[in-house]
Design a protein around this ligand. Structure first.
Ligand code: ADP
Ligand code: MG
Length: 325
């Protein structure tokens, strides 16, 4: 399988009063054609900034995003406009992301208008097609966002993101603002669209429970760094990084026979500030296994099992003791 997107040493720092806020600090990911890739981590760890920088909604501080063989940061604005058709984003909040003064038809056809695609009649037909694709109907076209439930609004956002027939979509916590009862419906819709349209998805979430069902592979992020990457079942059944173990032990287990990790790690303290953070492992201050050497220098991701990478120098010691390695 070939990567559709290759993210190399991507950094995004923000200059703030107190110093440099390192929201994304050198991440490397390869997302394969047709794959759903999950990106998880607690609030504030840099997921949205990573997503926005990957689509060049933010200019990077450093690094490359190679999309279909081209570094998008080298492209001129007109070349960038062309490539944006291929790369879209679905936002977290379906209330804030839809203009309340526009009808559903206007919202969904806006990208087509911007790119001057199709006649008025063709655009109308495309809107109906998109509405059907996301489980809505032509009757909904002339209504306004406030007439819809949260789940329906997210469907409208999804239809809009599909208007230009993109290949790659970043879904930034598309279900976390929704009622729990409808979250699964929206996840299933995305999964279904992914298969039917052959899309590649980067699915961002703050916990692993939903991501597991939709993703082929998952990366776990903490304070701007990637801590662990693996196939989603492997990561869920056999988390190797202490931070991933902690994230998972926060999820209630439905099956009482499943003993996911031998040690339940409680996450103590808060996520530290990403302003001038320590140079070593960023999880060290909350990690029960941390030693001085963990704080000495940046810990690279290392392939511990085939396709399973972990950024922890104590990964063998910790997991051999638990019988996981
Ligand atoms: N435009 C901005 N200016 C300054 N700081 C920002 C900006 N956007 C995000 N941040 C900071 O970057 C860090 C990562 O934020 P974000 O990417 O939104 O995290 P997540 O999506 O994982 O919750 C946070 O500390 C946040 O306060
Ligand atoms: Mg976010």
């Amino acid at each position: 399988m070939e990567p559709i997107v290759k993210i190399e040493n991507l950094k995004k720092y923000f200059n703030v009063d107190k110093g440099k806020l390192q929201a994304v600090d050198g991440i490397n990911l390869e997302i394969m054609h047709g794959e759903t890739f999950g990106l998880v981590g607690e609030s504030g760890c840099g997921k949205s900034t990573a997503g926005r920088t990957i689509l060049r909604l933010y200019e990077p501080t450093d690094g490359k995003v190679i999309f279909e063989g081209k570094n998008i940061y080298d492209l001129s604005s007109s070349q960038m406009k062309e490539i944006r058709k291929e790369m879209q984003m679905i936002f977290q909040d379906p209330y804030a992301s839809l203009d309340p003064r526009m009808t559903v038809e206007e919202i969904i056809s806006e990208p087509l208008d911007i790119y001057g695609i199709g006649s008025k009649k063709e655009r109308k037909a495309k809107v109906i097609e998109l509405l059907n694709l996301v489980g809505l109907s032509s009757e909904h076209a002339q209504r306004f966002p406030h007439e819809f439930s949260g789940g329906q609004r997210q469907r409208i956002g999804i239809a809009r993101s599909l208007a230009l027939d993109p290949k790659f979509i970043i879904c930034d916590e598309p279900i976390s603002a929704l009622d729990v009862s409808i979250q699964a419906q929206v996840v299933n819709l995305l999964k279904d669209l992914q298969t039917r349209l052959g899309l590649t998805l980067l699915f961002i979430a703050h916990d692993l429970s939903m991501v597991r069902y939709i993703s082929d592979r998952v990366a776990v992020m903490y304070l701007g760094h990637i801590m662990e990457i693996g196939e989603s079942e492997a990561l869920y059944e056999k988390p190797l990084h202490p931070y991933t173990k902690a994230l998972l032990s926060a999820i209630p287990i439905a099956d009482p026979d499943v003993q996911r990790t031998k040690h339940q790690i409680e996450l103590e303290g808060d996520v530290p500030s990403p302003i001038d953070p320590p140079i070593g492992c960023r999880f060290a201050d909350r990690c029960p296994y941390a030693e001085e050497k963990c704080r000495a220098s940046r810990i690279p991701l290392e392939e511990v099992l085939p396709g399973h990478k972990v950024a922890c120098i104590k990964v063998r010691e910790i997991n051999e003791k638990e019988g996981l390695l």
